[in-house]
Design a binder for this molecule. Structure first.
Ligand SMILES: [Zn+2]
Ligand SMILES: [Zn+2]
Length: 648
């Protein structure tokens, strides 16, 4: 510690002079023992460092404690090393892949002869506890390529990684007790800092995500600084597991995915299709009521169309491969199933001479599109290959953008926030480095988006440079019942497609002008949105969306006639009703109605049959039963359906 002095600038602007070679830990100790104890890592000129790494130049320094999100990442990456330490002790021959921190946790990939069993995972977790208790320091060493190759001579995965490092890259290794890993770091000072963690599950994962390479075994885990945070996270996972739309979808008989049809292609069963249809109708009714025209376009198209739009060859990997021409067409003509509707809507715009008086033109379509997603990424309804989009394209003048965005935001507010009670989160993505169109156009376009949000008093974040090359956009996310954030509506400006398809309108000056195109989706894909809704409501849909709204249950055969009569009346009022007059016990039938999450069960005994009333059981309020006249019940339910109430 006898180096020349260097200057360390702290976050409050104060400057400390220390000897070159001083560590961030020593600086923290100089500030106060409390800070030194709380320190997890350091931020040095914006990069996260180990606490014990020597500082050898003038730097800006911040001490990271448990409160800093970056510290949590350091903890989780260190937990991955502790996991590898434990795996190597139990399976000495295991090859070591990558072990990064991820959202809410970490994973590590291992090359082992067989998948890990739940018993293995338990053993590994226990061993991790011992490694943590041993309180090994994480020791960083800078090594040269030769030394690195020698260190990892028996680990081909690491050797492959070393061979890819550039000559000017510093190679570092980290050692905690018996385990050394090739790693950039940084890490927590000692393994003992890892106290609250849990291994979650194991799954196969291709080396480097490449299905042509060998299959590794990935172990996922989570780690937190505080026990209460770990407990809360595990509770959230448990809640999410209970709400899994794939499980509820099966229980409620909403949809299935058949191997014979193919992965990512959904078969909607009657009840699921009813939900999808109601969502579709909701958005289409709203479109028609708000100045949109409905259009309809085919599922396949000549691939030439996507060459003009620029999607081919750029996005060929996301499209299904081409198929041959139709009967009687030239043999070299190729077709594709469509991954999006935009080019076809552009052609509908182009089918006529347009004047500025015709604008804006709003074309909407709930259409099936197909995207060739990797099979490994597919997930129930949330990630599919065949999807129905509530798509719309608005063609307008530059001056009309702000008002059009304003109307789109209104629609989002009605259909997402007001209808489902979701909290929304807005983000504006601005011009990227590489872009189409001059600064003047972007200045205007971006300010229109922001003005529209300001006029509605909506707070938003800016994703600087996050826009597409063809225009800025507004992304909207929503939060579900257990706090998870989902991708929601998007409103995207586009200067590119109008250019590529040479769209025009005649201005007041009698000259041709180029319109702007706005792509907007409210529910996005009905598959994903339905999946979100299933998990948000845990299958207990509000009455307007419930596939079965009322289940009529006669107590005995003697009331079967009255039950069918009541069902007919409710159906005539537009309700979706089912009569359960099976010879099962009343309790059994009620329990089944509860399992199916039917909002209302109308039980009919002799007294009810004679007095034109029902004994009403409302979902979610337990055994409580309320006798009410049929007319009053009808009024109540019709009111809730009409107002799309979130009840019962
Ligand atoms: Zn590492
Ligand atoms: Zn589009």
């Amino acid at each position: 510690m006898s180096g020349r002095p260097v200057k360390v600038t702290l976050p409050d602007g104060s400057v400390r002079e220390v000897a070159s070679g001083t560590t961030a830990r020593a600086v923290a100790e100089g500030i106060g023992p409390g800070l030194a104890r709380a320190a997890v890592a350091a931020k040095v000129d914006g990069a996260v460092w180990d606490l014990d790494r020597p500082i050898e130049r003038d730097v800006a320094l911040a001490i990271l404690t448990e409160k800093d999100p970056e510290a949590l990442e350091v903890l989780r990456h260190s937990a991955a090393h502790v996991l590898a330490t434990a795996v190597r002790e139990i399976f000495p021959g295991a090859g070591i892949g990558f072990g990064p921190p991820i959202e809410d946790g970490f994973y590590y990939d291992f090359e082992v002869p067989r998948p890990f069993t739940p018993e293995d995972i338990e053993k590994i977790e226990a061993r991790m506890g011992e490694v943590a208790k041993s309180d090994y320091p994480f020791v960083r060493e800078v090594v040269d390529r030769l030394a690195a190759n020698q260190r990892f001579a028996d680990d081909p995965l690491k050797l492959e990684r070393i061979s890819e490092l550039r000559d000017d890259e510093t190679i570092t290794v980290y050692t905690d007790g018996p385990f050394t890993d090739l790693c950039r770091g940084p890490h927590i000072p000692r393994t003992g800092r890892l106290k609250h963690f849990k291994l979650l599950h194991a799954a196969g994962a291709y080396w480097r995500g490449d299905e042509k390479r060998q299959m590794l075994q990935r172990i996922y885990g989570t780690a937190w600084f505080k026990k209460k945070d770990l407990d809360a996270y595990l509770h959230r996972l448990e809640e999410a597991r209970k709400r899994d739309h794939r499980v509820i979808g099966k229980q409620l008989d909403l949809f299935s995915i058949s191997d014979l049809v193919g992965p990512g292609l959904v078969l909607w069963h009657p009840k699921g299709a009813m939900i999808k249809w109601l969502l579709c109708r909701t958005v289409e009714d709203d479109n028609v009521a708000n100045g949109y025209d409905l259009v309809s376009t085919p599922n396949v198209t000549k691939e030439e169309l996507f060459k003009i739009s620029g999607h081919l060859p750029l996005y060929a990997a996301n499209q299904y491969p081409a198929m041959g021409a139709g009967a009687g067409e030239a043999e070299d003509v190729r077709y594709r199933v469509k991954p999006m509707n935009c080019p076809m809507h552009a052609l509908i715009y182009k089918s006529q001479q347009r004047s500025y008086r015709d604008l804006p033109i709003r074309l909407s379509e709930v259409a099936n599109v197909y995207r060739n997603e990797k099979s490994g990424t597919l997930h129930g309804l949330l990630r599919v290959r065949g999807l129905a989009m509530d798509d719309a394209h608005i063609f307008c003048t530059m001056e009309q953008i702000e008002d059009e965005i304003f109307l789109c935001l209104d629609q989002v507010d009605r259909l997402v926030r007001a209808t489902f009670g979701f909290e929304l989160d807005f983000e504006v993505s601005t011009r990227p480095e590489e872009r189409l169109g001059g600064d003047e156009v972007w200045d205007q376009a971006e300010s229109f988006l922001k003005h529209a949000l300001d006029r509605k008093n909506i707070p938003y974040r800016i994703d600087e440079g996050g826009g597409a090359f063809y225009g800025p956009k507004i992304d909207i996310k929503f939060k579900d019942a257990i706090g998870r954030i989902w991708q929601g509506p998007t409103i995207q400006l586009d200067f590119n497609l109008p250019e590529r398809f040479e769209l025009e309108y005649t201005g007041a000056d009698n000259r041709p002008h180029r319109p702007v195109m706005i792509h907007r989706a409210i529910y996005g894909t009905l598959e994903r949105f339905t999946g979100n809704l299933i998990e948000h409501f845990a299958g207990a849909f509000p009455v307007w969306l419930a596939p079965e709204q009322v289940r009529v249950i006669p107590i005995s055969d003697a009331q079967a006639e009255a039950a069918r009569g009541l069902a007919a009346r409710l159906k005539a009022a537009g309700l979706r009703v089912h009569v359960d007059d099976r010879t099962e016990t009343l309790n059994y039938r009620i329990r089944e109605g509860e399992m199916q999450k039917v909002p209302y069960m109308a039980v009919i005994g002799q007294r009810e049959a004679e007095s034109d009333s029902i004994a009403l059981r409302v979902r979610g309020v337990g055994k409580k039963q309320e006798v009410m006249p049929v007319a009053a019940f009808l009024e109540r339910v019709s009111g809730e359906v009409g107002s799309r109430a979130l009840a019962p």
